[in-house]
Design a protein around this ligand. Structure first.
Ligand SMILES: *[C@@H]1O[C@H](CO)[C@@H](O)[C@H](O)[C@H]1NC(C)=O
Ligand SMILES: *[C@@H]1O[C@H](CO)[C@@H](O)[C@H](O)[C@H]1NC(C)=O
Ligand SMILES: [Zn+2]
Length: 387
């Protein structure tokens, strides 16, 4: 319970700012109305990495109510109406073949501890149903995505164990090849392809993720991997933080033919706000971000779009989108551009909810299938180290 003095002060602030926004911008008023009924679900936020980088994961020494050295804190989350977040359990590629698994467990642990420390703000979540329960009780549903297959050390047992710890997506690679999948840098020509996409073990892993109900994230992989997974996965896939290649030709972005396949398979592309992926330059504006939303809608429909801001994982964000409190401005911009309420609600959260519940259905349909216990061939496991 907040003291009367403080809540009166907040109330005055709230009234004056909401009068200001509605007088200034009816689209913002409409955006906030829609966001009060449909959760904004964001695909990728690196706050856990900042907790490691800045505080060695010593959460007891951090106050998320006042933290100012990150894009994300509790007041910003509330102002940004963040309904659900996939928190990224990311560890650098340098940990591959070393202590990647331990470091990833530490990142998973810090998300669990964050939810326990601030139960009024966060609800740990592992399902589409959890997301709605958190939203209906005014908390941010907190899911975990592991960013990079190197975090598994090529072990299906590690994949399964991470699922049990609550992990609900795996980005197949970060910016390094794993012994079973190629990363996007291969498409830039700066690294050689090792697998022409996925190896046989990589394909086993896709089916095991389908069986578990873990979402397959294709941000960071090569186009060959995107296409192979789209062709074989039984569940729809996600791009947790990627934008449109036709708007900004960066190899981290998604080309139009892949957007069409995402439409055909019912998946989602969650738009990244990083300037370098938005405009292919160091600067960007909100309108440039909205251009990605418009383009994806034009090519493949509003049914495959989502938000994947990449806050706290990037160094440059568009003017006006400097932290997570600003996301409603994108929603207002889409309304200004003629997006219908239904299209906006789809992009906010309904698309991701559809994808996650479909993955849950595939899991349920496969419950008689046995876990895959065939390991990666011994001589492939350390192929990244072979010279
Ligand atoms: C959530 O917040 C809304 C708006 O402030 C309020 O009407 C509702 O009662 C709250 N719900 C819960 C379960 O706290
Ligand atoms: C894919 O596009 C068609 C129209 O071309 C549309 O009817 C369908 O709903 C779209 N699927 C998704 C998942 O958005
Ligand atoms: Zn990333």
């Amino acid at each position: 319970m907040v003291s009367k003095v403080i809540s009166a002060a907040y109330l005055t602030l709230w009234i004056s700012s909401s009068v200001f926004t509605s007088a200034q911008d009816p689209y913002m008023t409409r955006a906030l109305e829609l966001m009060s009924k449909t959760p904004l679900i964001d695909g990728h936020n690196d706050l856990p990495w900042q907790l490691r980088l800045q505080f060695n994961n010593e959460l007891n020494k951090v106050d998320l109510n006042t933290l100012e050295t990150t894009h994300t804190n509790i007041p910003k989350i509330k102002a940004g109406r963040l309904g659900a977040q996939f928190w990224s359990a990311y560890v650098p590629c340098e940990s591959q073949y070393k202590d990647a698994v331990r470091q990833t467990l530490e990142q998973i642990d810090v998300v669990h501890r964050m939810c326990e420390k601030y139960p009024e703000t966060f609800m740990f979540a592992t399902s589409s149903q959890d997301i709605m329960e958190a939203f209906n009780t005014n908390r941010t549903a907190s899911l975990i995505g592991v960013e990079g297959g190197h975090s598994l050390d090529s072990s299906l047992a590690t994949l399964r164990t991470m699922y049990h710890l609550g992990v609900r997506y795996l980005t197949l690679t970060h910016s390094c090849n794993t012994p079973w999948a190629d990363n996007w840098l291969v498409d830039t020509g700066s690294e050689p392809s090792q697998h022409n996409g996925l190896s046989t073990f990589g394909k086993q892993l896709i089916l095991e993720m389908n069986r578990l109900g873990m979402l397959i994230d294709l941000a960071h992989v090569t186009e060959a991997v995107m296409n192979q997974v789209l062709d074989m996965s039984q569940a729809p896939v996600i791009f947790s933080h990627s934008s449109a290649y036709s708007v900004c030709p960066h190899k981290r972005n998604v080309p139009d033919d892949v957007l069409l396949k995402v439409n055909q398979t019912g998946g989602i592309v969650m738009v990244n706000f990083y300037n370098d992926y938005v405009t292919c330059s160091k600067t960007a504006k909100i309108s440039n971000v909205a251009d990605h939303f418009d383009h994806i809608k034009k090519v493949a429909g509003a049914g495959i779009i989502g938000f994947g801001g990449d806050y706290d994982g990037v160094t440059r964000l568009p003017e006006g989108l400097e932290d997570v409190s600003k996301v409603p401005k994108v929603v207002a911009e889409l309304l200004r551009r003629g997006w219908t309420d239904e299209e906006v609600n789809a992009a906010l959260g309904n698309n991701l909810l559809r994808v996650l519940s479909q993955a849950e259905k595939v899991r349920d349909a496969l419950k008689e299938t046995r876990p895959d216990d065939v390991p990666i061939p011994y001589d492939e496991h350390s192929s990244g180290l072979r010279v």
